[in-house]
Write a protein of this length. Structure first.
Length: 217
């Protein structure tokens, strides 16, 4: 699923906002993978950290300042690319936080999924296509397009990798051969809905207003 989408320049504030929205919408602490963007680590630590406080010793002087450290359950890896004139030279995986937990979970550093999402976004939204005159001058309008596509991709667009094979006895019911595959969207796979939404359903659905406090907190 596309959990969070933030429109804006790649800055520390934007990275913090992406991680904050992700934290508000996901149970537990997921593994994070990205490119070599330097602000990602600081954004993760700002959202997922533990603070160690020190008891007063009774001695004169200023007490020790509490120390903040990354949460022990945070796994973060980077896939750093080196290019020259548009040609990929090297691809170097780098585990930044808690490599031992990454190994115990049987995971490897990979950004293939998010790169596939980036390609899907560029194919669906003209302002995101590289070297095109279809740019968008208004960031608010671009954000509306991105958020709408995020909803469409999650609930109304079946993904081939999520489809399920229909048993033969179900396909042969009522004397007619039914489709071999049962199409599913990311929202169906996550248990958020039980059917593929239609375009009309997506446009007419009503939701409760999102409380900004739940994201910032």
């Amino acid at each position: 699923m596309i959990i969070a989408a933030v429109v804006g320049p790649r800055t520390l504030d934007m990275a913090k906002e992406v991680v904050a929205v992700t934290k508000a919408r996901v149970a537990g602490i997921p593994a994070f993978f990205s490119d070599g963007f330097t602000c990602s680590l600081a954004a993760l630590i700002a959202a997922f950290h533990v603070v160690t406080t020190f008891a007063r010793t009774g001695r004169r002087g200023r007490p020790r300042t509490p120390l903040g450290a990354p949460h022990p359950d945070v796994v973060y890896g980077q896939l750093v690319t080196q290019k020259k004139q548009g040609t990929l030279l090297t691809l170097s995986p780098r585990v930044v936080l808690h490599a031992e937990r990454l190994t115990s979970l049987g995971l490897t550093v990979s950004t293939a999924l998010v790169e596939r999402v980036n390609l899907t976004l560029r194919q669906a939204l003209a302002p995101l296509v590289r070297k095109t005159p279809s740019f968008c001058k208004d960031r608010a309008r671009l954000r509306q397009r991105v958020v709408f596509f995020q909803a469409f991709d999650n609930v109304a667009s079946p993904h081939m990798s999520l489809r399920q094979q229909v048993p033969l006895y179900e396909r042969q019911r009522h004397g007619a051969m039914r489709p071999r595959w049962r199409q599913r969207t990311p929202a169906m796979a996550a248990g958020l809905t039980d059917h593929v939404w239609t375009f009309r359903e997506l446009l007419t659905a009503k939701f409760e207003p999102l409380d900004s406090q739940s994201i910032s907190g």
